[in-house]
Design a protein around this ligand. Sequence first.
Ligand code: MBD
Ligand code: FE
Length: 309
Amino acid sequence: MADSLTNTPEVQKLLTRVAGLDQPGGDERLKRVVHRVATDLCQIVEEFDVTPTEFWTAVSYVTRLGQANEVGLLVPGLGIETFLDLMMDEKERRAGLQGGTPRTIEGPLYITDAPLEKGEARLDQDPEQGEVLFVDGQVRDPDGKPVSGAIVDVWHANTKGGYSFFDPSQSPYNLRRRIETDAEGRYRFRSILPSGYGCPPNGMTQQLLTALGRHGNRPAHIHFFVEAPGFRKLTTQINISDDPYLHDDFAFATREGLIPELVRHTDPAEIKARGLNEPFATITFDFELHREAANLPEAVVVRDHAKAA
Ligand code: MBD
Ligand code: FE
């Protein structure tokens, strides 16, 4: 813009001072980032002719978003968490990594220190009528060899799409476990089929999504962290393949390679063999981890997590 206000010497000097670029102290990288953010904000206000009332409406929105603890919900809704994944994918690709189980976003609903069990676990501990689900699989290295002693940290929603801890109607750690793989690198768990998550309908995230003409629903999914010494930590999810939102996720987490077949079992003999008296579902999903190496970007993401009790 030839006659841009942002580009005038007066505003350029203002932005330089805002970012502390005329000062000796502080963090150089942070200064450059803040300078860019402040400059881009001025340009947005100028280009869209944002009025002061509109601007303070946005300030109020951000304030209330934080007060409602929904920043971690809006970030995936705006695709930013997926973009961080794509950045990591790209860096790994440039470093020569290929294959492996795809990563996808962690989301805002993990809590640390779920009960640790060996080989197998039952995740559903609250009395809830859900379709019984058995999940099993193997953790493998890039040569296809089993990784025993890996920790499969799994968490998912209940039949209403709610996560324990965040949903106070559930008991602590319901539908959350850490499972150590056995000598053959295998894990297995019994649980119930989750439902998809929907953003709180009266919340700040949904307010913006609605204004964008968007919904705030996720397809049903199961989250995983998979960790083992010498391997890169994997953050991923699998989808329940028959969900109508499978390819219409408000958080953009669905990826090829993360949609295992959901098998439904109705044969009375199979039902009896599982000790059940109703049909059930099974999913088999194997994880392939990348070996850790010095030339790779840090795989462990440091991020605030709630901790129950
Ligand atoms: C979820 O369950 C979730 O996984 C994400 C990414 C966002 C909101 C709810
Ligand atoms: Fe989730």
